[in-house]
Ligand binder design. Structure first.
Ligand SMILES: [Zn+2]
Length: 755
């Protein structure tokens, strides 16, 4: 890209000191709409530039124009050049950074960036970046803290990137740093709604920002309504109006520390619906205060006195179009990850094919002892009879599911290790794969093992106590009434000693001869994020999610040595775990949005199916390329207990085997690239797959309504090939004009014909 154009502009550093006078706002012609303001931006250059304009620092590319005040280091203007949306509209609301530096008698002691002395500013046109250096900071309750904060902002071809370096000689710990701190995210022009979107359990979590705002902090816990998203579960957030939005992502794969995105609504609701939700003002001011939505990236630095730390990149980019365009910002970074786990060695062949599983529950903490090990063979016969490829054995460990964790010993009441290994072998001889349910997240607090030894390896809070997860309720009224639950204690995967225990337990499971394991609850630690135990061999405090990746790599090393075709699967893995866990098991709601499928079209996701005639769930699996995990009677039953679901599932799998080049191997595009017309203008129950080689497309449409037949018409822009259609009930291809009458809870597939 245009290096010459940059170098001919200014090829030297400019040191800029504050006494150059007050900042002046960016000049912009404007039009006012009811919901927001549109600016016309004069510079239409596509090359990223970092320049001085009228005493302001301007970073600009073809997507955005950002203006920083050299006086304060604040972002005083941010404009989406594609649409003219002034994201940061009022310069006086511009902000820069914030720090939490607890004092002995004042934990909540804030360093507010916009109340500091002027920073030293360095503009480097060649690297298209600026840096602001604040040396010596004043906090609310202590002055002149010996802290140096260097905030760096770079403009790239597409986005703004915020990094920082902080050195702490203050005698205190810098607990968190908000950087960047965007003082205003205005409503896009003509927006009728504005949502906070993020990834959660492979789906999309949506919280309204406008016209209502949902407070996720509790009104007792914050001055202003607040929403937050935590990395690594949510690697990015979108503020989305349906037509455009703003992307903010954390582009770090090390998991060195926790990162949280926050949306804060100031100065609060105009009317409350309840204590945790209300309507936001639509005026610029209320009660004399400016109405604004703030967006921050909060780095949990826990930077001790004498330490220096670099903050990993936060990327900010306005986008035009649906939320998919925002997610594309993340996808572009995701493609730069180096190969690891199953990206560097092959996933077992059977996992990559169209196939289904059954999950069976063998025992709970309340001692049903439902299936003796040797009797498991009958479930294997069921799977073979119904062409179910794999069976997941859950609750096979000592004392049943979610008791005596992390033991992966067999339960003598069910049989011996030999009995279980024999049953696994017999099931495999029927042509059915066996996957063991494993778990290394918790220890059962009620166990002697925990009290005697494992407590040493538990994650500890700042007060030296272990964290506690409430546990899970099973089967009896005493459990359902929460009287005798086995409380679960989050262990510390950042600790080598704990990982060694987990790996020893994993080896017990591996030794039984199964085809794989599914690490349940691999993706979280309850509410635990940091471990403060000084006896553990990690940084203090340690971000325990970093240990999750180390543990995953160690599982792979062991399986590569002992059984290379072994499947390591997980549950709703967070995105950085995806390379290591070949399948993510999840359960989905009726209105599920397949966000992770869009982010990672080639990942393997499996959903639990429990209903007696669960056609919509099965149709969702068809649209989103999810594997079925049949779970009759809440995974306590046998396949013949839900014949309608099983029959429809088989038909869908037969359909996607027949057209696997599109429906299984094609690239998933969600609703991008086709439109489906119905009488319902918001109809979005469809998905698009594209054959990567030929460009042929398929559109799967399903009718989610349980009582209504609908007419659909598919529109494929640029279509030159004839269309065919097929259904789960009749997979034979028939010529199609792109129209179909869809009975309740039915699906149809339209496909462009091959040459
Ligand atoms: Zn620890």
């Amino acid at each position: 890209m245009c290096r010459q154009r940059i170098t001919h502009l200014v090829c030297f550093f400019i040191l800029w000191f504050l006494n150059h006078g007050p900042a002046t706002p960016l000049q912009a012609a404007e039009t006012i709409s009811r919901a927001g303001r549109t600016a016309e931006v004069s510079n239409s250059s596509g090359s990223p530039l970092a320049t001085l304009v009228d005493g302001q620092i301007v970073l600009e590319n073809k997507n955005l124009r950002a203006v920083f005040s050299p006086k304060s280091g604040s972002l005083v203007s941010l404009v989406s050049k594609q649409t003219g949306w002034e994201v940061q509209r009022r310069p006086e609301l511009g902000r820069n950074f914030r720090m939490l530096v607890p004092l002995p008698e004042r934990r909540n002691n804030q360093v507010l960036g916009n109340e500091q002395k002027a920073p030293r500013v360095r503009l480097d046109p060649e690297t298209r970046s600026i840096s602001f250096t604040w040396q010596g900071l004043d906090s609310e309750h202590a002055e002149d803290l010996n802290i140096q904060f260097v905030g760096k902002v770079r403009i790239t071809e597409r986005h703004l990137e915020f990094k920082a370096k902080v050195s702490n000689q203050s005698g205190h710990t810098i607990e968190t740093i908000d950087w960047p701190y965007l003082g205003e995210i205005s409503l896009p022009p003509r927006a009728t709604y504005f949502d906070h979107l993020r990834l959660s359990y492979c789906g999309m979590l949506k919280s309204p920002l406008y016209p209502e705002f949902k407070n996720e902090a509790g009104y007792w816990g914050a001055d202003y309504p607040l929403q937050f998203s935590k990395h690594p579960t949510a690697p990015f957030v979108l503020a989305d109006s349906g037509q455009q939005g703003l992307y903010m992502g954390y582009h770090d794969a090390t998991l060195d520390r926790m990162l949280m995105f926050t949306f804060r609504m100031k100065p609060g609701y105009v009317r409350t619906d309840f204590f945790n939700s209300g309507t936001i003002p639509v005026t610029d001011k209320i009660s004399g205060e400016p109405v604004r939505l703030e967006l921050n990236a909060v780095h949990f630095t826990y930077l001790a006195d004498g330490e220096t730390q670099s903050l990993h990149p936060i990327v900010v980019q306005p986008y035009t179009g649906s939320w998919h365009r925002g997610v594309d910002c993340y996808k572009a970074w995701r493609e730069t990850w180096s190969a690891s786990g199953y990206d560097s060695h092959e996933l077992p062949g059977w996992v990559r094919q169209v196939h289904s599983w059954q999950q069976i529950h063998i025992n709970s903490p309340e001692d049903e002892l439902q299936v003796k090990y040797r009797d498991l063979v009958q479930y294997g016969r069921d799977c073979a009879e119904h062409q179910v490829a794999a069976i997941q054995l859950t609750g096979w460990t000592l004392h049943g599911q979610d008791r005596s964790n992390p033991s992966h010993d067999v339960d003598p009441r069910l049989g011996t290790e030999k009995d279980l290994a024999w049953a696994i072998d017999q099931i495999q001889k029927l042509g059915v794969k066996v996957v063991m349910f494993n778990k290394f997240t918790w220890a059962d607090r009620s166990s002697d093992w925990f009290r005697r030894e494992l407590v040493k390896h538990a994650a500890k809070d700042p007060y030296g106590d272990y964290y506690v997860h409430p546990g899970y309720r099973y089967q009896t009224s005493a459990q359902h009434a929460n009287i005798n639950l086995r409380r679960l204690v989050p262990m510390c995967p950042a600790s080598t000693s704990w990982r060694n225990i987990a790996l020893a337990e994993f080896k017990k499971s591996l030794a039984l001869g199964a085809d794989g394991m599914l690490y349940d609850e691999n993706q979280h630690h309850g509410s635990t994020h940091y471990c403060f135990d000084p006896s553990h061999d990690h940084r203090h405090p340690g971000h325990i999610f970093a240990g999750d990746l180390v543990l995953a790599r160690q599982f792979h090393q062991i399986k590569q040595q002992q059984k290379p075709d072994y499947l390591i699967a997980g549950e709703g893995s967070f995105d950085l775990q995806i390379p290591y866990y070949g399948i993510s098991y999840i359960r989905i709601p009726r209105n599920h949005v397949p966000l992770h499928r869009y982010m990672a079209p080639d990942s393997h996701i499996m959903i639990g199916i429990f209903g007696h005639n669960d056609r919509h769930l099965i149709n969702q699996a068809l649209m989103y390329r999810y594997i079925f995990s049949y779970e009759p009677r809440h995974y306590k039953g046998r396949l013949h207990e839900f014949p309608l679901t099983l029959d429809y599932g088989k038909r869908v799998d037969r359909l996607r085997r027949k057209y696997h080049d599109l429906l299984w191997e094609g690239e998933f595009r969600h609703t991008v690239g086709a439109k489906v017309h119905t009488s319902d203008k918001t109809f979005d129950s469809y998905s698009v797959f594209v054959d990567r080689k030929s460009g042929r497309r398929a559109v799967i449409v399903s009718n989610p309504d349980p009582g209504k037949t609908i007419s659909v018409k598919v529109e494929l822009p640029g279509k030159t090939r004839p269309l065919i259609s097929a259904t789960p009930e009749d997979p034979r291809p028939v010529a199609s004009d792109g129209r179909s009458v869809l009975p309740a809870l039915s699906a149809v597939v339209f496909m462009e014909q091959g040459s």
